[in-house]
Design a protein around this ligand. Structure first.
Ligand code: GLU
Length: 511
């Protein structure tokens, strides 16, 4: 029987989650759901220096906003709790010590100054400055010091780290689902620290130990971790876990819109789009970074756009709900090359989801603003405005801006339209049309339209020559939603009085 799929999203709480990290969470989630497996979240907080208060809460809230319901994690518990590495601290030492006993790791007592000196020497000799099979022979570690000396130093409480002992020349080879075979020689690697002198494990040790203990079958993570993978493969080998080593899949980067390099917060600031799911206030500097949620993006749109940044379905289809993605997703369809972020495409997705959203949900959103901006606005009226305006906007927050004329008299009239169209007999015709409207018994878009058409015909005018003057007289704008529906929603009284107002004020405006 195939092993049950178990994947994990393993963020470090070092700040707000970049959308690249959100995509990693998403792909893990989709993969687990597709295979009927488990997706857990584990907080990798062993690097105390980089710990940022509030970051873990931020990460969990972002995931919640996007609808990832993790099967296990610090917020929901699970059979492998705790899911916060700082709370698992004591578990890791044993594995590092076990590697020392088996000759795959060693204690190193070098001071910062000694390490610095080694670096300088190697650089002067034009050699790569790394602690490895060659350089370790001249350093202070349990490979060069006598057993007694090592014991003495440990008993004495001298600070030490535990380093992996890599062979001088060995090929490390592993298969990555996205990248194929990856081959690295240990001569290009260094003896990374596994356990720090404060007793905390490094990322590498904690990550591998936890993936093993938590039964992780697939490691799906960003490309920036690819250089660490050979070391992880060696750890699996030295800990005798090779037979259950997870499958690796390193996801491509999300690139800047021009495609040169990783999408950064600076690109977002420069071009005016968020790179974080939620707004983030830096606890130290107080600097605020914008978030998709606060910028008016819908979670369904963000999920859809992120899903397609690196993965593609078998056809050209673009719209996917989370459930549909869970069905369709496969690691085989994740590309090797980076995916360019496209801000216009992001807005397009949001627009598509506004068109698909239940009207009551959009109305709830718009009502929050409407109540403060246009006190007394009734829900049923706002809903009609939303129905007409959603075609026109990328964000629900734009509905009240673009449709402000539904709530207030126009304060000015579109200059271009007025200059081009409001001339000769138009004021007179608009005035007469307002009377015809006033006489209408049934104020429906359909009736308004036939009244308008017969009026134009009776005056020997094309509908086109009257339409824009009518629109501008009522809304002040040159464009907008379908005009007869718009007039119906505004109501007869408002329309007639606005038309008459325009007739009175506009000739002076153009004079
Ligand atoms: N803690 C690492 C990060 O912050 C996780 C890398 C991994 O998934 O192995 O991205």
């Amino acid at each position: 029987m195939e092993k049950r799929v178990r994947v994990r999203f393993a963020p470090s709480p070092t700040g707000p989650l970049h959308i690249g990290g959100v995509r990693t969470a998403l792909y893990n989630y989709l993969f687990a759901r597709k295979h009927g497996g488990d997706c857990l979240i584990r907080i990798e907080d062993t690097d105390q220096n980089r710990y940022v208060p509030g970051a873990e809460e931020y990460i969990l809230e972002s995931c919640k906003w996007l609808g990832f319901d993790f099967d296990e994690g610090p917020h929901v518990g699970g059979p492998h709790a705790p899911y916060r590495q700082s709370e698992r601290k004591d578990m890791y030492r044993e594995y590092a010590e076990q590697m020392v006993r088996k000759g795959h790791a060693y204690y190193a007592f070098d001071t910062t100054e000694e390490l610095e000196e080694m670096r300088k020497k190697l650089e002067a000799a034009r050699m790569p400055s790394k602690y490895d099979a060659v350089s370790r022979t001249s350093m202070k570690n349990s490979l060069t010091l006598s057993e007694d000396e090592v014991q003495k130093r440990i008993n004495n409480g001298d600070p030490y780290v535990i380093r992996i002992k890599l062979p001088r020349k060995e090929e490390v080879r592993f298969h990555d689902v996205i990248r194929g075979w990856v081959v690295v020689h240990t001569s290009q690697m260094d003896d990374k620290v596994l356990l720090k002198n404060d007793g905390m494990p490094t990322y590498h040790l904690a990550n591998v130990v936890d993936d093993h203990l938590m039964g992780i079958t697939h490691v799906i993570r960003g490309e920036e971790w690819l250089p660490s993978a050979p070391l992880h493969v060696m750890l699996y080998k030295y800990l005798d876990w090779e037979s259950t080593m997870p499958v690796f899949a390193h996801l491509p980067l999300i690139l800047k819109p021009e495609g040169n390099g990783k999408l950064s917060k600076r690109d977002g600031d420069k071009l005016g789009f968020p790179v974080f799911p939620l707004e983030w206030k830096d606890p130290k500097s107080g600097e605020v970074s914008s978030g998709y949620r606060e910028s008016g993006y819908r979670p369904d749109a963000v999920l859809n756009l992120l899903a397609l940044l690196g993965w593609h379905p078998s056809d050209n289809r673009e719209m996917f709900t989370l459930d549909e993605l869970c069905e369709e997703f496969s690691l085989e369809r994740v590309s090797k090359s980076g995916a360019k972020f496209d801000q216009n495409k992001a807005k397009w997705f949001n627009h598509q989801y506004i068109l698909k959203a239940p009207i009551s949900e959009l109305t709830d959103k718009v009502m929050e603003d409407a109540e403060t901006r246009f006190p007394g606005a009734e829900r049923s009226y706002v809903q009609k405005v939303v129905e007409l305006m959603r075609e026109k906007v990328n964000f629900t927050t734009e509905i009240l801006d673009a449709g402000a004329f539904f709530f207030t008299e126009p304060e000015s009239y579109d200059d271009k339209v007025v200059r081009k169209k409001w001339k000769n007999d138009i004021p007179q015709l608009i005035s007469e049309l307002s009377s015809a409207f006033n006489d209408l018994g049934n104020w429906s878009a359909h009736e308004i339209q036939s009244c308008f058409s017969s009026f134009a015909e009776s005056k020997d005018k094309s509908a086109g020559s009257l339409m824009q003057p009518l629109r501008v007289s009522v809304s002040g704008e040159g464009g907008g939603p379908p005009i007869f529906e718009m007039l119906e929603v505004l109501g007869k009284e408002t329309v007639v009085s606005r038309m008459q107002n325009a007739v009175e004020t506009l000739p002076q405006a153009t004079a």
